[in-house]
Design a protein around this ligand. Structure first.
Ligand SMILES: *Cc1c(COP(=O)(O)O)cnc(C)c1O
Length: 222
């Protein structure tokens, strides 16, 4: 077995069956994805539109592609035909465009609202209040499926801080679930946790983890 496949299997053995593992293949070559695919693994995440489109076009069509990174409004049209889940919706403008492009493609697109939980200034994301304003008007987005929330913890060794940021996301999820999606089973995902913190994330209720370097090895860029 290659390293990539054994890394995936190791993680799958550790996590509950109910948690979805997105293998983050950004910057990695197509052959690495093919290796995982040939072993039966079909859920991959990318954070750049051009790279995502190239890989989509080069690989089998039963792969579930997740757009996990910051998405520019003018690039939504390139991924709208095939993307399975957009993790990081961080503005109303972006949501409007996804809705429009989904309609053009005659489909509904699964989206997560990215909530800013990290203390760092550089991270994208909505405040809880901004997300709530969007959800008050959720019925106007006919071609969006509101699937849940996503967040990224501060890049720190301080486990207490990471735990409290993940807990904050879980509490926000519960609040929104109660207030806006009590009868809607689509709103069920909490995408949180990466190579360094996925165990902490699962302990706080994560349902989707996004793991890159632990599967494919260190990246040279980003
Ligand atoms: C790169 C990336 C990941 C994966 O990071 P690793 O630390 O390599 O697991 C997860 N989420 C997002 C949004 C990313 O950009």
């Amino acid at each position: 077995m290659t390293d990539i496949v054994s890394n995936i299997n190791k993680i799958l053995q550790e996590i509950p069956k109910s948690v979805k593992l997105v293998a983050v293949s950004k910057t990695k070559p197509i052959k690495d994805i093919k290796t995982a695919y040939d072993a039966g693994y079909k859920i991959f995440g990318e954070n750049k539109v051009q790279e995502l489109v190239n890989k989509y076009e080069s690989l089998p069509k039963d792969i579930e592609w997740h757009m996990i990174g910051h998405l520019q409004t003018n690039k939504v049209k390139y991924i709208a035909p095939f993307v399975s889940l957009i993790h990081a919706v961080d503005s109303r403008k972006l949501l409007n465009e996804i809705n429009k492009q989904a309609e053009k493609n005659n489909r509904q697109i699964n989206c997560l609202l990215q909530i800013k939980i990290a203390k760092e200034e550089t991270k994208f994301g909505l405040s809880v209040n901004d997300a709530e304003q969007i959800l008050k008007e959720k019925n106007t987005y006919k071609n969006i499926i509101f699937s849940g929330l996503m967040g990224m913890a501060t890049n720190t060794d301080n486990h207490e801080q990471i735990l409290s940021e993940f807990k904050q996301l879980f509490d926000t999820f519960k609040l929104f679930k109660t207030n806006y999606f009590a009868d809607n089973t689509n709103f069920k995902e909490i995408s949180m946790g990466m190579s360094g913190d996925y165990k902490l994330a699962i302990s706080q209720g994560s349902t989707i983890i996004r793991v890159g370097s632990l599967i494919f090895g260190k990246r040279i860029y980003i």
